[in-house]
Design a protein around this ligand. Structure first.
Ligand SMILES: Nc1nc2c(c(=O)[nH]1)N[C@H]1C(S)=C(S)[C@@H](COP(=O)(O)O)O[C@H]1N2
Ligand SMILES: [Mo]
Length: 213
């Protein structure tokens, strides 16, 4: 049984390498590893809110009920973790930042160029605005048709991955999506996030293997 399983995984890996979907230095997994610093924060629905701050015309605060009523999108992506596992064809559902702009909930100031995700317990992750507005970044509430599990970021996380065939998008390592997300800060200047301050590469391009700075 064990043998059969690892053969399947090797076949998957060979297939994905062939298809140009396995970045250098990565191995395929069919598990979903859990990786984060610190303990899983509890979710208190009454105290929870989602905020948008910084270089926006108006601050936005949404309750969990309000967040769940936003227009929704889904996306299928390959995830690439800097610890070298890649998970293919993962299905996410949630809200696009682009949609919040189209709906008039967020109006960016022209100087907005970067986005800092702020999560529970002061965890942060930074990305260029361009990536946050792209199809491969989502404010996700659901994974594989189910609400996120606590260890994967319930109730809300940023998720970033590679969409097969979309060579026009910038693909970054999975650490750039903050679990237990509470706010987005739009900024004129870049501010390193938690892992970037710990020595991870600021740009995190999976094809260039930008793992550490
Ligand atoms: N809040 C928070 N989000 C986080 C992290 C963290 O430590 N805290 N770690 C990041 C890292 S390093 C990775 S690889 C992914 C892992 O997500 P997963 O546990 O769902 O696989 O979450 C990212 N988001
Ligand atoms: Mo990671």
């Amino acid at each position: 049984m064990e043998n059969e399983k690892s053969l399947d995984r090797q076949e998957l890996q060979a297939h994905m390498r062939q298809a140009g979907r396995l970045p250098p230095g990565q191995v395929a997994t069919d598990k979903f590893p859990v990786l984060h610093y610190g303990a899983i924060p509890p979710f208190d629905e009454d105290a929870w809110n989602f905020r948008v701050t910084g270089a926006v015309e108006k601050l936005l605060t949404l309750s969990w009920t309000e967040f769940q009523q936003l227009p929704r999108s889904s996306v299928r992506m390959d995830l690439h973790c800097v610890t070298r596992w890649s998970k293919f064809d993962t299905l996410w559902e949630g809200v696009r930042v682009r949609t919040l702009i189209d709906e008039g909930l967020i109006t960016l100031k022209p100087q907005a160029r970067f986005v800092i995700q702020h999560a529970e317990r002061d965890f942060t992750a930074n990305l260029p605005l361009e990536i946050v507005l792209s199809d491969n970044f989502l404010l996700a509430t659901h994974y594989d048709g189910q609400p996120l599990t606590p260890e994967h970021g319930y109730p809300l996380r940023g998720v970033v991955g590679a969409i097969p065939g979309r060579k026009d998008l910038k693909d970054v390592y999975f650490w750039k999506g903050a679990k237990w997300l509470r706010s987005l800060e739009f900024s004129e200047s870049d501010h390193k996030g938690f892992w970037e301050m710990a020595g991870y590469h600021n740009d995190a391009d999976i094809w260039k293997e930008e793992r550490i700075a």
